[in-house]
Design a protein around this ligand. Structure first.
Ligand code: NAP
Length: 520
């Protein structure tokens, strides 16, 4: 069994009892343990602020980009052993593990490229300098964006220990703000191994990247006004973190990425058997079963014109029938278990809650046929498809995120207005997708749905074979959503850096502003 450590204050820290155990969710065998007892969290944040911050700020964007590139390369070189860890502690299939780990290295690489493009500058400007008074060409204003002087405290969910850790780290390191990162404890082993790779490769300047391998202890009570908290997880924990006394008093920036009842909508022009129909059905199967449905961006609500519900249930059921469930080390398995036994309980409770408003039309929350299963053990779950016959009256199908291979199909009346109304019932989502070649419908629905979604995937018959899947997050596009989804925004190319930068309006001599700051 592995004992995880934390990487803090320039060295490895092994916690003390009591230890929390991490399991292999295919077998329930304990595979690792961890504790953060004894860590001085106030000192950890101070180390980031006083050692890591100055080191990063002394580097140009190109140098920070080179650091990210080196991180990406070092992690990629250990890809195979990292995949093993993700399969063991995360229950990931090989494909799921690659999705997470390659997502991490690709995002680092993308931000490395942006750093290289920015070159020898150390700070950014927001727009050009502009005259502030009429008939006066000398007195100008220029908005400058400089790195905050605090620590970037990054707290992640259990489902993407690799991608979650490094998509956040890439952005703040490029911005010039040092990282204190904390994965969810249940699946922390992968993020721990990745940190070990980086420390062993001696890539990280002192204080720029610290890793907390478990409980955050009293860390959040030491937050100060120049720190930034970037949180991903459930809406409940997000609300607690946002309301924490230390950062409210100091007005520290808090970004929350939370639950989301993402929708996918089939346009009224699409018939059963069309290319877009196949894209729609196969895409939903992928969203329900990739990472066993434990993706914040997965499709949870399926909206189809009335009259096509039965056909959709039939064709999607046939697709789901082909998904082989089991221990991801077994040949041919396409969907592994949920990440631990508490997630299995939550999935069962969630399906029971949805069943008050919808009927299960595929699968069962209590029965699953899993390959290479040992004596009924493991957090295996069947895909479950529900049908809700009165989605305007229903509430739970729009508000209860069952974090597993679960989605609900519902009918709308074929108009963009009705579809938009149901999409909005999610209360704010990370992403919705629309499959249609009807331009009027697409425009009306997208303009309305954009207010309720951080991202929209618009798929017509000309592009359906070229798009990335509904749930795939790309570093160049914003990730995050309004309302229930947390109100946060990450990634989006250079937009993502704004969380870690302070904007300051400089007012003064136009010549000096240009000379001293425009290219600083
Ligand atoms: P969670 O229980 O809310 O935990 C998330 C993180 O918060 C974990 O690292 C957890 O640490 C930590 N945490 C819990 N209580 C804390 C506290 N009082 N102070 C500081 N940290 C605390 O969520 P989860 O079960 O890991 O993740 C599943 C949820 O995340 C789903 O609802 C999913 O939709 C959401 N999610 C959202 C996104 C997105 O980008 N919007 C992405 C992925 C997942 P411990 O594990 O040590 O308790």
């Amino acid at each position: 069994m592995v004992r995880l450590q934390s990487y803090v204050l320039g060295g490895w820290h092994e916690g003390a009892a009591p230890f929390r155990t991490l399991i292999d969710p295919s077998t329930e065998e304990v595979v690792a343990e961890t504790s953060t007892a004894g860590i001085d969290f106030a000192a950890v944040l101070d180390h980031a602020r006083t050692v890591g911050g100055p080191a990063l700020r002394a580097m140009t964007f190109a140098e920070r980009g080179a650091l990210l590139k080196a991180m990406s390369k070092a992690l990629f070189a250990e890809r195979e052993s990292l995949i093993e860890v993700a399969m063991t502690n995360g229950g990931n299939t090989r494909g799921d593990a690659k999705f997470d780990i390659d997502g991490a290295t690709a995002t680092l690489s993308y931000y490395a490229y942006l750093g290289k493009k920015l070159g020898d500058r150390r700070v950014l400007t927001d727009g050009e300098s502009e005259a502030l008074l009429p008939n006066n060409a000398r007195f100008h204003g220029l908005h400058l964006k400089v790195p905050k002087r605090g620590a970037a405290i990054q707290i992640n969910a259990f489902n993407f220990p690799a991608w979650g850790t490094f998509e956040k780290a890439a952005v703040s390191l490029l911005a010039g703000v040092p990282v204190v990162t904390k994965p969810a404890t249940a699946t922390a082993w992968l993020a721990y191994e990745m940190t070990r790779v980086l420390v062993d490769a001696d890539i990280l300047p002192a204080g720029t990247f610290q890793f907390i391998g478990g409980s955050p202890g009293d860390m959040l009570s030491h937050v100060q006004g120049q720190d930034v908290i970037a949180f991903t997880g459930s809406a409940d924990t997000g609300a607690k973190i946002r309301g924490g006394a230390g950062h409210v008093a100091g007005s520290a920036a808090v970004n929350v990425e939370a639950d989301s009842l993402n929708a996918t909508v089939l346009g009224p022009d699409v018939g059963r058997g069309d290319d877009l129909w196949h894209w729609f059905v196969q895409g939903i199967r992928l969203e329900m079963t990739q990472k066993a449905g434990q993706k914040c961006t997965a499709v949870r609500r399926i909206l189809v014109p009335a009259g096509l519900v039965e056909a959709l249930v039939e064709d999607l059921s046939a697709e789901l029938d082909r998904v082989v469930i089991g221990d991801p080390r077994e040949e041919g398995v396409r969907m592994g278990p949920l990440s631990d036994m508490s997630q299995l309980r939550d999935y069962r409770e969630g399906v029971a809650e949805l069943s008050g408003e919808a009927v299960v039309v595929y699968g069962s929350p209590t029965e699953v046929d899993a390959k290479r299963r040992v004596e009924g053990k493991g957090a295996f779950a069947s895909p479950v498809l529900l049908r809700c016959d009165d989605p305007h009256e229903a509430n739970r199908v729009h508000s209860r995120e069952v974090f597993g291979p679960v989605a609900t199909v519902m009918a709308y009346d074929g108009t963009a207005g009705d579809a938009a109304c149901l999409v909005a019932r999610g209360g704010g989502s990370l992403v919705s997708s629309i499959a249609t070649s009807d331009r009027g419908f697409l425009q009306e629905l997208a303009l309305e749905a954009a207010a309720w979604n951080g991202r929209l995937l618009l798929v017509d018959k000309k592009v359906h074979d070229q798009v990335t899947p509904h749930g795939m997050v790309l570093p160049s596009c914003q990730h995050g959503g309004p309302g229930r989804a947390g109100g946060g925004a990450e990634l989006g190319g250079l937009r993502g850096l704004d969380l870690y930068l302070q904007r300051s309006a400089l007012q003064g001599n136009s010549g000096l502003l240009k000379k001293l700051f425009s290219e600083a």
